[in-house]
Design a binder for this molecule. Sequence first.
Ligand code: FAS
Ligand code: PHB
Length: 392
Amino acid sequence: MTTRTQVAIIGAGPSGLLLGQLLHKAGISNVILERQSGDYVLGRIRAGILEQVTVDLLKEAGVGERVGREGIVHHSIELVFAGARHPIDVHGLTGGKVVTAYGQTELTRDLMEARQAQGLTTVYEAANVSLHGFDGDQPVVRYQKDGATHELQCDFIAGCDGFHGVSRATVKDSISEFERVYPFGWLGVLADVPPVSPHAIVYGNSDRGFSLCSMRSLSRSRYYVQCPLDDKVEDWSDQRFWDELRRRVDPELADKIVTGPSIEKSIAPLRSFVAEPMRFGRLFLAGDAAHIVPPTGAKGLNLAATDVKYLSGAFIEYYLEHSAAGIDTYSQRCLRRIWKAERFSWWLTSLMHRFPDTAGFGQRIQEAELDYLVNSKAASTSLAENYVGLPL
Ligand code: FAS
Ligand code: PHB
């Protein structure tokens, strides 16, 4: 069956759903094709910290009510190293900017429910999606659903299908890739216990490795410890995780950690990755389809949101103002912001993690840089303004 829409969106993760919502509000028709089921998408536990730009965009998209009510606003973060904790007053150092703790799962749920309530089309379990004709002016997306082959004619294709999607793979011969893979992963645990530090995310550097204390609400916590890449989740009992987390933070914080059974436990690899450019005729890449950051700087989801802000603005300009200016500058505009977030995420990852060749001397250098960072207003300000998100 052949159908038509103005913008075909590949992927119903945060990028695709947010783009679809912003386009719909501007009266631009769109269809989302998603490989997985809606439940599968909602079952993925990922990001947890939103920049103000992202929260503002959710409100602009008409789905900002719950994050405004349930999101936990953070005015500071904490760095733990050499057995002591140091607050970084992000709010004071950035002239009042903050970040909000709100799980990506909830953000995705809000967008899915809004899309469904508006009767917009998302084709879940769309198989074998393929992209055609985007180097001309009549792109077509083909896919299979319920055993039948379908064709979606459109004006533009937005590749919001993540790192392993079909969009970037389709243009792989036209792309320059820049990558760094880190020699460790993050073991993450979700537990229905109160967060150890409700109003600050705690980043830990220790000679045993990185740790992170975060949350999803005042009754649900998210913790991470750096682990070897060849570790398996089954190597980590809950008790082993809690014991290791306590060893990596200061004694006072360790005593305050409330433990409980994990409701989710997973290991994620860390990489820095950028694909250039992000536009190929009438095909545009956004979010993880174009770039990946190590989660240390809490940038992944927020970078996806700013890509979508630029791309939705470009499409709105094209359809409503008959201008291609936004479309023509989309890639370079995104990449300027992306590379600054890549730098910050790489720098904070390099500062906070134990690398195979950095025992002894490397640990002392990291602790010296952290000591300088927490005692220098200039250095703390640099950390703070990158953490809350650089100006658009
Ligand atoms: P997504 O990958 O979320 O969504 C892409 C969608 O496209 C998926 O639903 C996928 O099923 C679909 N798709 C793929 N191929 C397709 C095809 N061929 N056809 C149709 N659909 C297809 N960021 C942070 O800021 N903080 C974190 O702590 C953090 N932790 C993370 C942990 C993990 C394990 C991962 C993988 C990422 C993490 N991220 C984190 C980054 C993450 O939040 C991403 O930035 C965010 O999901 C980006 O959203 P999308 O660009 O929509 O990509
Ligand atoms: C999270 O809550 O999942 C989280 C918080 C901060 C990060 C990364 C992940 O830097």
